[in-house]
Design a protein around this ligand. Structure first.
Ligand code: MG
Length: 483
């Protein structure tokens, strides 16, 4: 029944879209490109959207975010030509729930894409993104968009959960993480001297496995070639490209052109190849005359995997990394680019990947679903340099539990736990409080001096909880084995 409701809602969009078009505010008009041709017979084409999603890239891993030895000239240029966000968050600190948040605009607790012990989907998982969720690709389909998912999916590998059954017209990539399907190699050392044959991960095109094990050395390069081809063949209609790199998730792999090139070592090689890839995408847009019509976002799904020593990245001055609710786990580099429309700036306002959902849908003239709670907010005023971010609160979940809340510059931790240690969660009867603007590394607890701030955040928690209906768990079920 939920599926039918979703379809009905989508079919109603066309009429609503026309109404929306007629009544669009100036922000939306400017973003759609229609402002430039006011008075003309028909609106300019709808903007294209590209989300480039790195994997496990930390806040401190790009030149434009202060890394001293990783060279990222293409991303640095993108940062100068567009907006570089310094308080941008993901919906969870590990892959599957973070990707669910991006794709649905909703906290993973609402879609059921989170679990406290099996924190992501595995090759033996039976679940995936529920059909009742409306992905960005599904919402844009009603607006005449063509779309491709290129790269890591990790929202369910069984046929019904693949990108092609979630609104995407085309899929090329790995259905889950590149460290899964382990079949060989010397224990933990395999990660530090990785060989393709140690991980039997499948490379898929649409619903078919085309290579197994995937030659991971050439993945970044092949994803990039696929992305360029998709842009070239889609240039005559609006498109949405979700380019989700497998790198820089361990085990690290790079093509020969990038091997042993970076002063930062193997990890630097992998980041620099991603930077090259971003350069190729932006260069293709410029060459095809699409740069001014295309909104490109670069960010990552979660913070650096610190337990992998030099093969993991860096969260810079932020505390901790992937897997936890300290800033290093969930605050990410984020660049937003569309020459002529997005006002170049460094943005300290709050934003999240869920906001990309709402922002993109609004800019495409698509209806943001109203039959469910959508956590995303429209960041368009910030992008146009016309106003502040509508967001002042961030919820930090670990699995199904709310660990921390940020409001304005203040962050309260109700529960803390290290990323991957065996320690149990510590519940703070009296929450910890940090001022993230003064103390980005979360070192100095100021709770005692600010009971009024804690009381205010407590009210946010109650408001939030009143909107919450947890979705049925999608991560616990395993495929039943015969015999
Ligand atoms: Mg990840």
């Amino acid at each position: 029944m939920e599926i039918d409701e979703g379809i009905n809602m989508k079919s109603r969009m066309t009429r609503r879209e026309l109404i929306r078009w007629a009544g669009m505010g100036t922000a939306g008009l400017a973003f759609s490109g229609a402002a430039r041709i006011l008075g003309a017979e028909r609106p300019a084409r709808k903007p294209n959207f590209i989300i480039i999603f790195a994997d496990d890239l930390g806040y401190g891993d790009l030149g434009c975010y202060g890394h001293p030895t990783i060279r990222t000239p293409h991303l640095d240029r993108m940062a100068v030509e567009g907006q570089r966000w310094t308080n941008f968050y993901v919906g969870a600190s590990v892959c599957t729930p973070s990707r669910a948040a991006l794709m649905t605009g909703r906290l993973p607790i609402r879609s059921g894409m989170c679990n406290d012990s099996r924190r992501v989907l595995f090759p033996d998982s039976a679940g995936g993104l529920p059909q009742s969720e409306i992905t960005i690709a599904e919402a844009l389909k009603g607006q005449g968009y063509t779309s491709a998912c290129i790269g890591k999916w990790h929202l369910g590998h069984l046929p019904q959960y693949l990108p092609t059954n979630n609104g995407f017209d085309y899929y090329f990539g790995l259905p889950y993480s590149n460290d899964m399907d382990r079949v060989g190699g010397p224990g933990r050392q395999a990660f530090f001297d990785p060989k393709v044959e140690y991980w039997n991960v499948p490379l898929m095109r649409n619903e078919r496995i085309i290579e197994r094990p995937a030659d991971q050395n050439t993945l970044t390069k092949r994803y990039t070639e696929e992305a360029v081809r998709f842009i070239e063949r889609s240039k005559d209609r609006p498109f949405f490209l979700y380019l989700a790199h497998t790198m820089v998730h361990v085990p690290l792999f790079v093509s020969d052109d990038f091997r042993n090139q970076s002063p930062r070592g193997f990890f630097g090689d992998a980041v620099e190849e991603i930077d090259w890839s971003v350069g190729r995408v932006l260069e293709t847009l410029r060459r095809e005359g699409l740069a001014e019509d295309t909104f490109v976002v670069f960010t990552s799904d979660n913070g650096p995997w610190l337990t992998f020593d030099q093969h993991g990245g860096s969260a810079g001055l932020l505390r901790e990394g992937k897997g936890c609710t300290y800033e290093g786990g969930m605050r990410e580099p984020c660049l937003m680019w569309r020459p002529g429309t997005i006002k170049p700036a460094v943005i300290q306002d709050l934003g999240t990947t869920m906001d990309l959902y709402t922002t993109i849908l609004r800019q495409a003239g698509a209806e943001v679903p109203t039959d469910r709670v959508v956590d995303g907010l429209d960041l368009t005023p910030v992008l146009l340099g016309k106003g502040p971010s509508p967001r002042d609160t961030v919820f930090y979940y670990r699995g199904t539990r709310l660990y921390a809340v940020r409001k304005g510059p203040y962050k309260a931790h109700f529960i803390t736990q290290s990323a991957y240690g065996r320690d149990k969660p510590v519940e703070h009867e009296s929450p910890l409080l940090y001022h993230l603007a003064h103390d980005p590394s979360e070192k100095y607890d100021i709770a005692k001096n600010h009971p009024e701030v804690l009381a205010d955040i407590q009210k946010e928690v109650e408001r939030h909880r009143s909107t919450l209906t947890p979705g049925a768990d999608q991560l616990a079920a395993r495929i039943k084995k015969d015999g």
